[in-house]
Every structure is written in structure tokens, then in C-alpha cells.
Design a protein around this ligand. Structure first.
Ligand code: SF4
Length: 563
């Protein structure tokens, strides 16, 4: 029997048999799951987990491989058996081991039905099973074959551990280890039928990355398959009632005030929880939210984002290391900031052009000129100057985009801290909403939201979230502000004036939150990939594309520019 010898490795981790399965399916999938710690539940993985429930409980035991006693019972079943071997460099939790005397057979449970292919078992499942067999052999058992039990078909399929399969299994095990040792994410599969069924397709972005890198088969937007979901099923939950208490009852979040339940939401349907002012979250609800990776965002009553509560930090250390390296590299930081500022100025220009009753040619030309001048900026300071000049041109005409309403809703100039008129109060509130959404997206991708490339990490501000927000301020926040005023959704009674500061009332805030969430949920045609996608998904995708750039897969950061 020929074998591939695994060389001594500095990578001390044992290869889990499940990761060998992933590697055989797609090396990039294995890398993202094993090295970068990425994981998302899809309908497939949840279904698989349910079907594994019974076998995941330890029970029974294996016979002693060294026993010479004739008293061994003829057959034994041991469930959820954990085995590892340093020489083999592998570890596996085997669903079920059947023993007949000293001969053992690993049984692996798979959801779904028996595939109609020669041998009835795909290679990833065959090598995973064979590795389990090799681990049993390493522990002194005789193991010549294994069984895949297909839950959907209720059928057992036997896989013989012949020389060819053993050689292939050892070879893939070696390759998996080399990939992890070497580091660097493998390229996506190109135009592969495996991708649409892959649980990490929304993280991997195979066609999008291949298109931006200039693939052989994916050369135009029409070639990019939309495999990410158009929009999220889960929605953010906002609690703005003062004195409310968010608790947990079974799989449901409850909001109570003075002993009365005023709202409920299934945890499955909640993507984040935002608390405004003095509402409380019980310890039980907090733990459950953290376990499920649902962040809690804390705002002041006035809508100022004070911080977020999240579970254990995302495991993608590789991404954070790349982020820190890039942030320390002035050239790289400037290049990323240039893309963001160009996109922001261009998106401001589009908003003016589309919404102005008499598009001001001089302002549009000036914004065009400023966007072009970004390329020549040789420092972040120069870039700040260009952005400031563009903001002055843009906001000088922003008031013209508001249809005539109460005089109190006139807009003359952008002001903040505190906002001095209703339009500025709404803009400030919406920028906070946008920041919350981008904080959540960037943390879910694995970034440290406090270290950016354009905004500097001073004063504890979330610099990366501020960076990523730039390109979306006009097309998300400003656009929602125009909508709520121009559609008459906000009235003068929705604002409070205290000294020179103007703020939204609770009801006004509700109106703006509803409008913001409508915008997040609305779909657009993606300007690069040509498919329909919600703004909320776009925000997350931009954070992922930034990650792909930082990890060297994309030459530049493709900032979001609307048409
Ligand atoms: S989406 Fe495709 S390329 Fe990406 S990890 Fe999955 S199978 Fe591999």
C-alpha cells in the first residue's frame, strides 16, 4: 500500500475529519471554516444538526482492542466516539461505531438521500469516513469498511477502505495541513455548481470576487450569479419606550412596561437589539442574544450611539491582523480612503442630480472636479480638505431638495452637536442609525470597528464604521431624511426645542426609524454585479469586499457608487 507521508508540521492542530470533508468539497470552504473560524447556519446546516441530534449523545463503549477474551459480546454500538491520533494528525467525532468482535465499522449520518452516482457516495463523505477508519486502525482496531447512513432515504451505503481510497484520504489530509500551514485563502471555485449549495457562499462571494479579479468565465456582470440572499429575514428590534424591560421567554424576546407585555418577537426573527435611553435588558436575555451572535446597541435617549454588547469576538484573527497592518501603512490607508471619498462625492452628486428641481450645473461640475482631484491627493489631510469642500457644495444645495413645508423645516447649513433645526436633527439621528448598522455589519465580518483608514483612531470613535459609512451617507441617510420631510411623514409636533438644540420626540423617532428600516429593506440593482439586493445586504457586502482587499484577493477596495 502506498502512502503520502505527512511531514513534520509547525501547525499543531489536528485536522478534524469534518474539515477533510470540507477540503475535498472546496479548499476555500475548509480555509474559511477552519482557519478563519467562519460559520453560518443555513437551512442545510440546521437540518443536518437536527438529524444529528440522536447520534451526538455519547453512549455505549468500544471493545478493548487488546483484549484476547472470548467473552466479548458479539456486537457493540458506541455513539459519538471522539478519537484522535498525533501521528496521523487527525481527530474525529464518529457518529456511531459498530463492533463485531475486534472488527469495527464507523457509521456516519448524513442528511438527505442517497445520491444517484457510481458508488452512491460523494468523495468528501468517502474520505471523511475513511479518515475515521484510519483513526480506528491507529487505535488498534481492524477496520475495513465504513457506512454512510442517509437519513432521507433511511438507507445504509457501505464504503470499502481499499488502497486507492486510503491513499487519496492521506493525500488530501496532507494537502489540508499544507494549506493551513502556508496560510492565504485559496481562490474561489470558478462557475462551480457547488457554490449555490455552499453554506458560506454569502461570506465567500465566489462570483463577485472572481469577477473583480478578472476570471476566465465570469467576465461581465451578467455572469455573476446572485447566490447571496436578496435581504435578511431577521430584522432589528428597537426599544425606545423609557422604563421598558427586555426579557426572554422561551425562544421569544418580550418587552414589558409596568408589568404589561407591550411587544414580543421570536429570537429567530431578530438581527440586532437597539436600546434608546433608559430601557433595560435582563441578564437572561443578554446571554441568549450573545449566544446567538445578536448584538445589543446602546443609544442615548437622543439617539447618540454609546456602544454595543457583542458575544465572543469573531474568530477571524487573520482579517484583524490584515486590518491592523493596512491601517499602519499610510500608502494603503490613503488608497482605501481615496476610494471611499470618491464614492461619497459621486453619490452626493447623484443625489443632487436626481432630486434637485433644477439641477445646478455649476455645483455638479464642481463635485465632478473634486471627485477627480481625489486621485491626486497625497495625504489624508489633503483628502479631508477635498471632502470638506465637496460637503460645502453639496449642503449649499441640499435645502433645495426639500419641498416647501413649514418654515421650521428650512435647511440652511449642516450643523450638529447639538443640531439646531429639525432637518439637522433628523440627519444626525439617521447618521447614528447608519453607524449602528455598519458597526454591526463590520463586526459580523470580523473587523475591529475602531481602527479605520480614513478616520483616525482618536477619541475612541468607531473609525472603520465611520469610513464605511461615507459612501452611504448621501444615498441612505440623506435620502431617508428627504423622504420623511417631502412625504409629510414628520410634523412640527415631532420635534422638541430646548435652548438652541432641536431633537425628535419619541413619536418622531419612531417615524424616522420606520423610514430608515424601509430603506435598509428596499432593493437596488447592484451597480457592479447587476443583481437585485437590499441596502442592508449591500452594507455587509461592502465590509466583506473590504476584507477581501485587505487579505490580498482584490487589488483595490471597490467602494459603492450608485448610478
Ligand atoms: S462558495 Fe464556492 S468557492 Fe466559495 S467556499 Fe463555497 S464552494 Fe468554495
Amino acid at each position: 500500500m502506498s502512502t503520502v507521508t505527512t511531514p513534520p508540521s509547525e501547525f499543531q492542530e489536528l485536522v478534524p475529519a469534518r474539515m477533510l470533508n470540507e477540503y475535498a468539497y472546496c479548499p476555500r470552504l475548509c480555509y474559511m471554516e477552519w482557519v478563519q473560524g467562519e460559520f453560518v447556519h443555513s437551512a442545510d446546516t440546521l437540518d443536518g444538526r437536527l438529524q444529528h441530534r440522536r447520534v451526538d449523545r455519547d453512549s455505549g463503549s468500544l471493545p478493548d482492542p487488546d483484549s484476547t477474551s472470548d467473552d466479548e459480546p458479539e456486537t457493540l454500538h458506541a455513539r459519538s466516539v471522539l478519537l484522535s491520533d498525533d501521528d496521523l494528525g487527525a481527530i474525529a467525532r464518529i457518529d456511531l461505531v459498530e463492533a463485531d468482535g475486534h472488527t469495527v465499522t464507523p457509521v456516519d449520518y448524513k442528511r438527505g438521500t442517497v445520491p444517484n452516482i457510481p458508488g452512491n457516495v460523494y468523495e468528501p463523505e468517502r474520505v471523511q469516513l475513511c479518515l475515521q477508519g484510519l483513526l480506528l486502525r491507529a487505535h488498534g482496531y481492524r477496520c475495513d469498511e465504513g457506512v454512510i447512513y442517509f437519513v432521507g432515504s433511511k438507507r445504509r451505503v457501505t464504503v470499502a477502505f481499499d488502497d486507492e481510497l486510503v491513499t487519496r484520504t492521506r493525500s488530501l489530509l496532507h494537502e489540508t495541513r499544507v494549506m493551513a500551514d502556508r496560510g492565504g485563502i485559496p481562490a474561489p471555485l470558478e462557475d462551480s455548481p457547488k457554490c449555490p449549495r455552499c453554506s458560506l457562499v454569502g461570506i465567500c462571494l465566489p462570483d463577485e470576487v472572481t469577477f473583480l479579479r478578472g476570471g476566465r468565465h465570469i467576465v461581465k456582470p451578467d455572469d455573476v450569479r446572485r447566490m447571496v440572499t436578496v435581504r435578511d429575514d431577521a430584522l432589528p428590534m428597537y426599544v425606545i419606550t423609557q422604563g421598558a424591560v427586555v426579557g426572554k421567554s422561551g425562544d421569544t424576546l418580550t418587552v414589558r412596561q409596568k408589568g404589561e407585555t407591550i411587544a414580543t418577537a421570536r429570537l429567530l426573527d431578530v438581527s440586532s437589539l437597539s436600546i434608546f435611553g433608559n430601557a433595560q435588558v435582563t441578564a437572561q436575555a443578554t446571554r441568549e442574544l450573545l449566544d446567538r451572535g445578536i448584538p445589543i446597541c446602546h443609544f442615548t435617549y437622543g439617539g447618540w450611539l454609546k456602544g454595543t454588547t457583542v458575544g465572543m469576538t469573531h474568530k477571524n484573527v487573520e482579517l484583524r491582523m490584515a486590518q491592523f497592518r493596512a491601517a499602519a501603512d499610510r500608502t494603503l490607508s490613503l488608497a482605501i480612503a481615496q476610494e471611499m471619498v470618491t464614492a461619497k462625492i459621486r453619490n452626493c452628486r447623484v443625489l443632487l442630480r436626481r432630486n434637485h428641481p433644477d439641477a445646478p450645473a455649476a455645483a455638479l461640475n464642481e463635485l465632478d472636479r473634486l471627485a477627480q482631484s481625489v486621485e491626486a491627493a497625497d495625504s489624508l489631510q489633503t483628502l479631508l480638505g477635498i471632502e470638506g469642500a465637496a460637503a460645502r457644495v453639496y449642503f449649499a444645495h441640499f435645502g433645495d431638495l426639500l419641498r416647501s413645508g413649514p418654515a421650521a423645516f428650512d435647511f440652511r447649513t449642516r450643523n450638529r452637536r447639538p443640531p439646531k433645526d429639525p432637518v439637522n436633527a433628523v440627519l444626525s439621528f439617521l447618521y447614528s442609525m447608519l453607524m449602528r448598522q455598519i458597526m454591526v455589519s463590520s463586526m459580523s465580518v470580523g473587523f475591529d470597528p475602531h481602527l479605520g483608514f480614513y478616520h483616525q483612531p482618536k477619541y475612541g470613535r468607531p473609525a472603520l464604521a465611520l469610513d464605511l459609512a461615507e459612501e452611504f451617507r448621501p444615498i441612505v441617510a440623506d435620502s431617508v431624511a428627504l423622504g420623511v420631510f417631502n412625504n409629510g411623514e414628520l410634523k412640527e409636533r415631532d420635534f422638541l426645542q430646548r435652548n438652541e438644540a432641536v431633537s425628535l420626540t419619541t413619536e418622531g423617532r419612531r417615524t424616522v426609524i420606520r423610514a430608515f428600516e424601509r430603506r435598509m429593506d428596499s432593493t437596488i440593482t447592484h451597480p457592479l454585479f447587476g443583481y437585485s439586493i437590499s441596502y442592508k445586504r449591500v452594507l455587509e457586502m461592502q465590509a466583506r469586499l473590504l476584507g477581501r482587499h485587505l487579505l490580498g484577493e482584490l487589488k483595490t477596495y471597490p467602494a459603492f457608487r450608485t448610478r
